[in-house]
Design a protein around this ligand. Structure first.
Ligand code: ADP
Ligand code: MG
Ligand code: ZN
Length: 488
C-alpha cells in the first residue's frame, strides 16, 4: 500500500441547552411521553409563524466568540426541503444553502488550537457555525412491524460547527473534537454529551499522494458518537481509500456510516448536492438582525476558557503544564481545583501540592466512584485545609493519606479526623528525642556504624523512628536529632 496523506474536516452538531425550542415556546424535555411538547409551529402547520429563540441566538454567539469567530449581524434563515418520516414540516429551517447568496451563518472565520502528543500546537480553522432546528425521532424497536414517531425533538435548537480541512491525522481530529466539546462545556451552551446524542460528529476525509498535492475527493462519515469511533472510522476509511487509489481508481464522493462491529465504513448514499434540497430564503422570517451591543455584552461576560484557565493554573498556582492540562480537561474538575486552590495558604508555592492530591488521590478515586466528581463527599475547601495541615507541619504527608481516606469515606473535616484519631504530628523535640534514643538503643551496633560514617544507615534510623512514633514524628526533627546524637 502506498503512503497517502489524509485531509480531514469535521462537522459537529450540538444541541443548545435552551429550555424551549428554536422557533416556538414548546418545552424541551427528554425521556418523557412521546409527542407531549408539540404545537403548530414545530409541526409546521400551514400559517403557523416561527419566532427565533433569543436565548438560542445568544448561545450561538457565545459559542462563536469562544471559537474566535466573526459574528454576522445580519444573518439569514433558509429552508432546506426534503421528505423524511421524522420531519413533519417537510423542511428544516437552517442558515446554509450552498449558494453564496444564502450563505450568512451567524458565525464564521474562527479557529481553535490543539496541542499534539509531540508537543506541537496547531491551529485549526472554523469555517462557520450555523443554527438550525432538529427533526423528530423514529422509534423502530417497539414491534417487528411498527414504527412510531415522536415529535418532541422537532424544532430543538442545534448549532453546526464546520471546520476547515486543516486536520491531517485521525489523532488531530480527536484533539479537535475534544477541544470543541471542552469549549461547549466551559461556555455551557450545550451539555455536549456524546452518549446522549446531544453532540455528534461527521468526519470528512480524503487522501493525497503528498503533503503539497491538491486535495483528493472526500467521503463523509456520518454520526460518529464517540472519540474512539471518530478515530477508528477515519482509520478504516484511510485503508479503504488507499486500496482504491492503489488500484489506480478514483474515490467516489459519498456519504457513509461506520460500523464499529466490523470496523468498516459503508456507503449509505452517493453525495447529495445543495440543489437536491431546493434551498430558498425562509419566507416566514426576516433577516436575523443582531444589535452589536448584544454581541459586546456576550463578549464581556464570556467565561474563562480552557486554554486561559490552564495558563492561569500554571502562573497562579505553580502547577506544571501537564498537571494543568489534567486539571482543566473537565470543567467541573477545573472549578473544583480552583475553589480549593483559593483556600490553600501561599497557593503560588503550595498549589503544586494540592494539584498532586487532586490528580493522584482524588481523581483516581473518582474514576471508580458512581456519580463521578459530583458524588465526592470531600469539599474543595476541606482538601485545602488538609494541604494546609501538611504545609504547616501539623501532620506528615503519610498521615495525610490516612486522613484523606477517612475524608473520602465520611466527608468529615480534616481537623476533626486529626483530633479524633490523635494524628497531630509530634513537633515537641524532647518527645521525638526520646523516641529516637529508644531506636538507637535497640540498634546499637548499626548506630555505631552510622556514627563511624556509614551515612546510608540514616534512612533506616529515620524510618524506624517514624514507625515507632506511629508516623507522627516530624521527619525533619527526627533527622536533626539523629545528627545531634551521632555527633555526641
Ligand atoms: P457539505 O455541506 O456538503 O458537507 P462543506 O463545504 O460544508 O460541505 O464541507 C464539509 C466538510 O468537509 C468541512 O469540514 C470541510 O473542511 C471538509 N472538506 C472539504 N473538502 C475536503 C476534502 N477534499 N477532504 C477532506 N475534507 C474536506
Ligand atoms: Mg455536510
Ligand atoms: Zn412547538
Amino acid at each position: 500500500m502506498a503512503n497517502y496523506f489524509p485531509v480531514i474536516g469535521l462537522e459537529i452538531h450540538c444541541q443548545l441547552a435552551t429550555k424551549t425550542k428554536m422557533f416556538c415556546g414548546c418545552e424541551i424535555e427528554v425521556n418523557t411521553t412521546p409527542n407531549k411538547h408539540v404545537c403548530p409551529v414545530c409541526l409546521g402547520m400551514p400559517g403557523a409563524m416561527p419566532v427565533p429563540n433569543k436565548k438560542a441566538v445568544e448561545y450561538a454567539i457565545r459559542l462563536g466568540l469562544a471559537l474566535n469567530c466573526e459574528i454576522d449581524l445580519n444573518a439569514m434563515w433558509t429552508r432546506k426541503n426534503y421528505f423524511y418520516p421524522d420531519l413533519p414540516k417537510g423542511y428544516q429551517i437552517t442558515q446554509t444553502g450552498g449558494l453564496p447568496v444564502y450563505d450568512h451563518p451567524i458565525c464564521k472565520n474562527g479557529w481553535i488550537e490543539v496541542t499534539r502528543a509531540d508537543g506541537v500546537t496547531k491551529r485549526i480553522g472554523i469555517t462557520r457555525i450555523h443554527m438550525e432546528e432538529d427533526a423528530g425521532k423514529l422509534i423502530h424497536d417497539m414491534s417487528p412491524t411498527d414504527s412510531h414517531f415522536d415529535a418532541n425533538r422537532c424544532g430543538t435548537p442545534l448549532c453546526e460547527i464546520v471546520t476547515e480541512p486543516d486536520i491531517r491525522s485521525p489523532e488531530e481530529a480527536v484533539l479537535a473534537l475534544k477541544k470543541i466539546k471542552q469549549i461547549l462545556e466551559y461556555t455551557q451552551v450545550s451539555n455536549a454529551n456524546m452518549e446522549n446524542g446531544n453532540m455528534r460528529c461527521d468526519g470528512n476525509i480524503s487522501l493525497r499522494p503528498s503533503e503539497d498535492a491538491p486535495f483528493g475527493i472526500r467521503a463523509e462519515i456520518k454520526n460518529l458518537n464517540s472519540f474512539t469511533n471518530l478515530e477508528k472510522a477515519l482509520y478504516a476509511e484511510i485503508s479503504l481509500q488507499s486500496l482504491t487509489l492503489d488500484a489506480g481508481k478514483e474515490v467516489e464522493q459519498c456519504t457513509k456510516r461506520y460500523n464499529p462491529d466490523t470496523d468498516k465504513t459503508i456507503v449509505i448514499r452517493s453525495k447529495e448536492d445543495a440543489h437536491d434540497y431546493k434551498y430558498f430564503p425562509e419566507p416566514d422570517m426576516v433577516r436575523l438582525v443582531t444589535d452589536p451591543a448584544f454581541v459586546e455584552e456576550i463578549r464581556r461576560t464570556l467565561p474563562e476558557l480552557p486554554d486561559a484557565r490552564r495558563a492561569r493554573f500554571m502562573s497562579e498556582y505553580g502547577v506544571t503544564e501537564y498537571d494543568a492540562r489534567v486539571l482543566t480537561d473537565d470543567r467541573d474538575v477545573s472549578i473544583w481545583f480552583d475553589t480549593a486552590a483559593k483556600k490553600v495558604v501561599d497557593s503560588a508555592k503550595n498549589g503544586k501540592i494540592l494539584a498532586n492530591w487532586v490528580i493522584s488521590e482524588l481523581l483516581r478515586e473518582v474514576k471508580d466512584l458512581e456519580g463521578g466528581l459530583a458524588a465526592v463527599k470531600i469539599k474543595p475547601e476541606q482538601l485545602a485545609v488538609l494541604v494546609n495541615k501538611i504545609t504547616d507541619n501539623t501532620i506528615s504527608g503519610k498521615i495525610a493519606k490516612t486522613v484523606f481516606a477517612e475524608m473520602f469515606q465520611t466527608g468529615d473535616d480534616p481537623e476533626k479526623i486529626i483530633k479524633d484519631k490523635g494524628l497531630v504530628q509530634i513537633t515537641d523535640t524532647s518527645a521525638i528525642e526520646a523516641v529516637v534514643r529508644e531506636v538507637v538503643a535497640e540498634n546499637a551496633a548499626q548506630f555505631a556504624e552510622f556514627k563511624a560514617g556509614k551515612v546510608a544507615l540514616k534512612g533506616f534510623f529515620v524510618g524506624m523512628s517514624m514507625r515507632k512514633s506511629g508516623g507522627k514524628a516530624n521527619p525533619g526533627l527526627v533527622n536533626q536529632i539523629l545528627d545531634k546524637l551521632a555527633a555526641e
